[in-house]
Design a protein around this ligand. Structure first.
Ligand SMILES: Nc1ncnc2c1ncn2[C@@H]1O[C@H](COP(=O)(O)OP(=O)(O)OP(=O)(O)O)[C@@H](O)[C@H]1O
Length: 263
């Protein structure tokens, strides 16, 4: 970070979300307190059902909190959504098979009313950013799973939102492809100075990518540990064998173990 006091991008205070279901209330989030600053790369890790996706969805205004406060870019999640403050990347790439990669990326831009020339300029820039410069005319099914995920990241980047919300974007990919995409994502983050909120089940992925790791635990979904990473911004893959890396991974593992029920 170059700024001395980076601005808050997500600020949650005593945030709660309870779903009322036929089986009674489900406390998906309970008393979550968290500050995400501009330029942070924050990973959310925890067992199934601890509220990781729900928290991202509250930020994105796809769910409403039931108590506490949350601001996104200094305003309500609703205003932030209307201002198109974030791009959302899902676990499945979610590309339309009947549209080329270019046309998939263009879709949100068309909806937002960008001119054809502006759309084209943006498409070229984001395809370049995710290393798919020559693949714009291909259809999704002509690309590997990793390339499709990169295309979905390009789509989320196309309208220049400062905040990227990523929900297990590489969960379905094999480990070597995932390593490669992790490396590329870090480079992209360093180049663009985006703020990233990233959900994962993988300890190495969380430690490798993040400036901060948020460990969560279920029933009720809550934050049990927030770990500031001492690792440098520049991270070759073999940093994962360094003592500093292993120390953080150990702390994450201990945190997960403490909150795990082994059901
Ligand atoms: N729309 C809903 N209605 C009722 N309960 C829900 C709803 N959405 C989520 N939940 C519940 O809220 C809790 C948190 O779910 P959430 O999907 O946020 O967990 P998660 O940590 O992302 O899990 P996973 O790692 O499996 O994706 C779970 O118990 C889930 O069943």
């Amino acid at each position: 970070m170059t700024e001395d006091n980076p601005r808050s991008v997500v600020s949650a205070k005593d945030l709660c979300l309870t779903f009322e279901t036929n089986d009674g209330p489900v406390h998906a989030l309970k008393d979550v307190n968290l500050e995400v600053k501009k330029g942070d790369f924050v990973s959310f890790i925890g067992p199934s059902g601890c509220g990781k996706t729900t928290f991202l969805r509250v930020i994105a205004d796809l769910e409403k909190s039931t108590a506490g406060e949350i601001t996104v870019n200094g305003t309500t999640p609703e205003n932030a959504r209307l201002d198109r403050s974030y791009g959302y990347v899902f676990q499945a790439a979610g590309l339309y098979p009947w549209r080329t990669i270019e046309k998939n990326i263009a879709l949100p831009l068309e909806i937002m009313g960008y001119t054809k020339a502006d759309q084209q300029r943006r498409i070229e820039r984001v395809l370049e950013l995710v290393d798919l410069a020559n693949f714009g005319k291909k259809f999704p099914w002509q690309l590997s799973g990793g390339m499709q995920q990169r295309a979905s990241i390009a789509r989320a980047l196309a309208f220049d939102a400062d905040l990227l919300l990523m929900d297990e974007p590489f969960g379905a990919l094999d480990e070597i492809v995932r390593d490669h995409l992790n490396e590329q994502l870090l480079k992209l983050w360093a180049r663009t100075d985006k703020t990233i909120c990233f959900v994962t089940h993988s300890i190495p992925e969380a430690v490798y990518l993040s400036t901060r790791i948020v460990v969560m635990s279920p029933r009720p979904g809550r934050v049990t540990d927030v770990i500031e990473s001492p690792l440098p911004k520049e991270r070759p893959l073999d940093i994962r064998e360094s003592p500093e890396f292993l120390k953080i991974a150990h702390r994450v593992r201990e945190g997960l173990r403490a909150g795990h029920s082994y059901e």
